[in-house]
Design a protein. Structure first.
Length: 368
């Protein structure tokens, strides 16, 4: 993004005045100047309701039972205290990380508490434990059912131990429940994780999603952790890859776009595990880079801790040697404009440079 584009984007953000825009402008400016702090509170928070899951997805640390940290549940009281402290600056909150969020029995109350503070909330789920009445009660802004296929056979190849039948039942019930509440803020998305064994089902998925009455159908490019998983799961159609095809053919797994000592996301967002430990981002599921604990020290102090600053300094000087950055193609900037689509739409969750928006376009969208 050029200097003129940055100035234009900052001006538009200030004019639009979305929640948290001051933090966004300050922290993004600090990133562009190569300053690791002091930062204002992050505008985007991702928090983990639990790192336990019923599914056994073979590309997931939780599913493979290879997570280094212990399993647990986000405490309701600690969470509400945390929300009270962060509500003034937090624009959006992702209620999800390395587990099935609705295994936490307090999920709907936690989401409702957050929404009452004026924070945009979204989550992802395998759909097995969704309570449609609870979802409407929670007033969540967006819930995404992430499916692995159009049949029980294709779905269970990746969503092992998950039930497509149960996910469909809960999805259909939620659609019907929302029809009873036309004033509801809930946006319903269905994601389809494209893999080698189900890529032929994408057209069927898009047709089905439109017919059942969801808001968004999201075609999701798959992530893998190593070459063996790549051989097993990456689609034959390379348009669903964000990995470098030539490097893959030579036995190396790496993204097409490799970040070069830059990650605005780390200056604007915080990933929090169920016990309050903060890690740089979603690329650290095992919690190897703990920056502090927000339940003990608060968000602002943790966000500006010595460990947080040291990690950002490594981003600016030695990102190529940071383990969690090696398979990341960069996430651009957090989106401050959250609007429900007026009609059915199709989206692509992709980092493919031929398809994905540039950082500049993402910044432009951030202010609508």
């Amino acid at each position: 993004m050029g200097v003129i584009s940055k100035i234009r984007t900052v001006s538009r953000i200030a004019k639009a005045n979305p929640k948290g825009w001051q933090s966004f402008v300050w922290n993004t400016g600090m990133a562009q100047m190569g300053r690791v702090g002091p930062l204002m509170a992050p505008v985007h928070i991702a928090i983990e309701p639990t790192n336990a899951c019923n599914a056994k997805c073979p590309v997931c640390e939780t599913g493979k039972n290879e997570m280094d940290r212990r399993k647990g549940m986000l405490d309701k009281q600690a969470y509400e205290t945390f929300v009270d402290q962060t509500a003034k600056h937090t624009n959006s909150l992702l209620y999800y990380f390395m587990g099935e969020p609705f295994l936490n029995k307090h999920a709907y109350d936690m989401i409702r508490y957050t929404r009452a503070k004026g924070i945009y909330v979204e989550t992802c789920t395998n759909g097995d434990f969704v309570d449609p009445v609870g979802v409407i009660y929670s007033d969540i802004n967006k819930i995404s059912f992430q499916l692995g296929g159009m049949t029980e056979e294709t779905h269970s190849r990746y969503r092992v131990a998950s039930s497509l039948k149960k996910a469909h039942e809960n999805l259909y019930a939620l659609i019907e429940e929302r029809r009873k509440h036309p004033e509801s803020n809930v946006q319903i998305e269905v994601g389809f994780i494209v893999m080698r064994h189900n890529e032929h089902e994408v057209p069927e998925f898009l047709k089905w999603a439109e017919e059942i009455g969801v808001d968004v159908a999201n075609v999701v490019d798959p992530c893998v952790r190593n070459m063996l998983e790549g051989y097993a799961y990456l689609p034959r159609d390379k348009k669903y890859w964000y990995y470098d095809e030539q490097a893959f053919d030579q036995g190396t797994l790496r993204p097409k776009m490799i970040p070069e000592n830059e990650c605005v996301w780390i200056w604007n967002s915080m990933q929090i595990n169920w016990n309050g430990d903060a890690v740089p981002c979603c690329r650290d599921p095992n919690g190897h880079h703990v920056l502090g604990n927000v339940f003990e020290d608060g968000v602002l102090r943790t966000f500006n801790s010595r460990r947080s600053r040291d990690f950002r300094r490594r981003i600016l000087t030695d990102q190529g040697n940071i383990d969690i950055c090696r398979l990341c193609s960069s996430y651009g900037m957090p989106d401050l404009s959250k609007e429900k689509p007026p009609s059915f739409s199709v989206q692509r969750h992709t980092m493919n440079p031929e398809i994905a928006s540039t950082i500049e376009e993402a910044a432009e969208r951030a202010v609508g």
